[in-house]
Design a protein around this ligand. Structure first.
Ligand SMILES: [Zn+2]
Length: 252
């Protein structure tokens, strides 16, 4: 991989959007890139052709594009900058988590590598941003944790809130109101049938949320500890303590 010229802000945004789409769908379709970046499909076609010529993208017949190793490295570099900026804005400057995304979108193209690395060091080299998204290392390694959505959590089971998208400020404000933020323990108390309301327990409160919200929140298995389930005020089903981690979600 030879040295390449510094990328422009728009190119960094393209590579980042393609990385996110590729992570979800295996490849990024032009129409999805256009939607993600809020630009016309025709301009995506032109940019994609250019980035492929420059070695950042490969075409996948009928499916769109994928990042080359070089493109992936560039995307992860921007994602690292974005997530460290968000962490710094919340952790050091006291921004609420619903107000950091737009700031980071602008600053990620402007901040020097030195500034980003100093911010990371000041934060003690965090591994996740305020929304729970993993921060790629400076070497371009990223570790995605196994997860499922809160909507899939079986009734009676407790999980740890892992992550939510950073792109919807009003959703983030609401989640902060009900204390559903990364690291929080959340129990599925009840789920009404036919996509009805979902009752959760978070600390001492039992907020009721819609299935659409629950589908946007990612959760991870609790750190394995039989004690933790056993002493959870006896309100969990007795099978909870010995439940295997890989158990399938309840059929819907
Ligand atoms: Zn963000």
């Amino acid at each position: 991989m030879h040295a390449r010229p510094a990328l422009t802000g728009p190119v960094e945004d393209y590579l980042k959007a393609i990385y996110e789409l590729e992570s979800r769908f295996g490849a990024a379709a032009t129409s999805d890139v256009a939607h993600a970046l809020d630009v016309a499909p025709a301009s995506v076609t032109g940019m994609v052709r250019r980035l492929a010529t420059q070695g950042y993208l490969d075409h996948v017949p009928y499916r769109g594009v994928q990042l080359t190793p070089c493109g992936r490295q560039a995307a992860l570099r921007t994602i690292r900058r974005h997530r460290i900026l968000e962490s710094y804005l919340t952790g050091v400057l006291g921004y609420p988590w619903d107000r950091v995304h737009d700031e980071a979108e602008r600053l990620e193209h402007a901040a020097s590598d030195d500034l980003i690395e100093r911010m990371a060091a000041a934060l003690g080299h965090p591994t996740a941003d305020p929304h729970g998204a993993p921060i790629p290392t400076a070497d371009g390694l990223i570790e995605e944790q196994p997860h499922r959505t809160l909507a899939e959590l079986p009734v009676g089971e407790t999980a740890r809130m892992l992550r939510v998208s950073d792109k919807n400020p009003s959703l983030l404000r609401y989640l902060a109101e009900i204390a559903l933020q990364p690291g929080a323990e959340v129990t599925m108390v009840a789920r009404a049938p036919f996509d009805g309301p979902i009752t959760l327990r978070i600390g001492n409160s039992e907020p009721v949320v819609g299935p659409n919200l629950a589908a946007q929140v990612l959760v991870a298995a609790m750190p394995s500890s039989g004690l933790r389930s056993a002493d959870a005020s006896g309100s969990l089903p007795s099978t909870a303590a010995s439940k295997p981690k890989s158990r399938k979600p309840t059929a819907r």
